[in-house]
Write a protein that binds this ligand. Sequence first.
Ligand code: NAP
Length: 246
Amino acid sequence: MSERRNVLITGASRGIGAAAARLFAQKGWGVGIGCHTARDRAQELAQQLRQLGVPVQVYPCDVARQEEVQAMTAAFLRDFGTLDVLVCNAGIARQELFTDITQASWREMLGVNLDGVFYCCQAALPGMIHRKQGKIITLSSMWGQVGGSCEVAYSAAKAGVIGLTKALAQEVGPSGITVNCVAPGVIETEMNSQLSPQTKAELAEETPLQRLGTPEDVAQTIWFLASPAGDFFTGQVLAPNGGWVI
Ligand code: NAP
């Protein structure tokens, strides 16, 4: 019997992260569910996934705080032994006019969306380098590729995630580690819950495939990169966006 593989997914209490956690558990992987404020929700998901017969643990952690990320990673390694795949999925979005962005808002957007990825990768890498294997999957956005109006801080952070991914892939490739990025289009999650039904319909209409994405669409892309099918990909940006940005 082959050894069980383990994934740590930040921001997995809901949305894309939760869909990815579900998919990895269905594939028989041990799953670490990272969460921030929604501990009860993360525990409920963990209970459901344990029914599939795989080990699942919850790790509350603010990814913008390096010491919390280090503690989460250490706890995961104690619980699971090895970290095969890290999915840096935790993120926040906020729509504001560029001229209204305060220093605090800018710091928060960059802190969670970009610093968080830096802290998670740095905490995970020593173990991966030691084993000469591992995969890191980061979450950007199509706004990180082309820029989104009234989302300058978010776009800047997500563009930074793409740069981090490409550079880190070059640096750790010789150590047998891949680093890839998933840059979704508009996905039906709570991140977009403030959008009116009319705005969502307009966004769907602007999308060549004429619909918004689902968390499962993105989870399948993450899974592809984590699976053996993705072994020869590194430094790449895969974009489940319905054809919006090509
Ligand atoms: P979501 O439904 O809003 O969920 C966000 C997740 O991130 C939650 O689990 C939340 O944890 C966690 N989180 C937020 N702040 C955190 C922090 N400081 N530390 C740790 N975890 C934190 O978001 P989503 O739509 O699934 O998005 C997932 C990722 O995809 C994000 O990086 C997002 O930018 C990216 N993305 C989303 C879309 C989209 O249209 N939805 C498009 C492109 C890219 P708690 O619930 O525990 O607080």
